[in-house]
Ligand binder design. Structure first.
Ligand SMILES: [Zn+2]
Ligand SMILES: [Zn+2]
Length: 235
């Protein structure tokens, strides 16, 4: 089905998955320019480490990060996991619309990314990689590496434990699910690294990845993600 979808995509002009109008730019096809440009950069007061929105009008460190210092030095993300951004990540991740990794990587490039020695994508377990055929995060990292002229370090971080999809487990279980799931298989000693992920939910995955990298001797890990999903508010 995936191949058929790809073929249809190629043969027929696509409709924007958000508004249904005809896509008008090949760069972010199938999205229309209006919907793509409508992806908003998120900027509200947030924790200066984990990026979670804070109630204060100032950028400060949240209670949780003050209590336990995270293994990463900062989490940068472009927007909220919603609307066109959510749709685009979904198409890239589950429908194999690989060309979207380029425009999405351009969004990442707009973030205030610090100088770094290498870019490391959050890995997939080899079985999952086999099912999906490609790692969307690695694909975005490849473009980001070109955009920023920072070396891409593939296969340095490996996922050695098969885990349930984080979306299938609840809040507290997420940390347990990914615990010790990652191994560092190459030398990262003394390096300042960028860890790339698509969506951050509880941050459990990037936390475990960063922990493994720091344990292996990395000097610092900055998390760079496309989106952050916001905790649901019951009104
Ligand atoms: Zn549209
Ligand atoms: Zn925080």
């Amino acid at each position: 089905m995936k191949y058929l979808g790809n073929l249809l995509n190629l043969l027929f002009p696509s409709k924007c998955p958000v508004c249904g109008s005809k896509s008008d730019d090949h760069l972010y096809n199938p999205f229309c320019t209006k919907c793509w440009r409508g992806i908003e950069k998120y900027s509200v007061p947030a924790c200066n480490i984990c990026g979670i929105p804070t109630v204060s009008s100032l950028t400060i460190t949240c209670e949780s990060c003050l209590k336990t210092k995270p293994p990463f030095s900062k989490v940068l993300y472009y927007g909220i996991y919603d609307g066109a951004l959510k749709e685009a990540i979904h198409l890239l991740k589950f429908n194999g619309v690989k060309r979207l990794s380029k425009p999405l990587s351009l969004l990442l490039s707009e973030l205030p990314i610090p100088e770094a020695d290498g870019i490391i994508p959050v890995p997939l377990h080899h079985k999952r990689l086999h099912q999906r055929e490609f790692n969307q995060t690695a694909s975005m990292s490849r473009h980001l590496s070109k955009n920023l002229k920072i070396p891409l370090m593939l296969n340095v971080l490996r996922k050695t434990k098969e885990t349930l999809p984080q979306t299938d487990v609840t809040g507290k279980e997420r940390l347990k699910n990914v615990k010790n799931a990652f191994k560092v298989s190459s030398i990262v000693e003394g390096l300042n690294l960028l860890l790339v992920d698509d969506v951050i939910t509880t941050g459990a995955t990037v936390r475990e990845c960063a922990k493994a990298l720091i344990k292996a001797g990395a000097k610092s890990v900055t998390v760079v993600a496309l989106a952050r999903s916001m905790p649901k508010q019951n009104t």
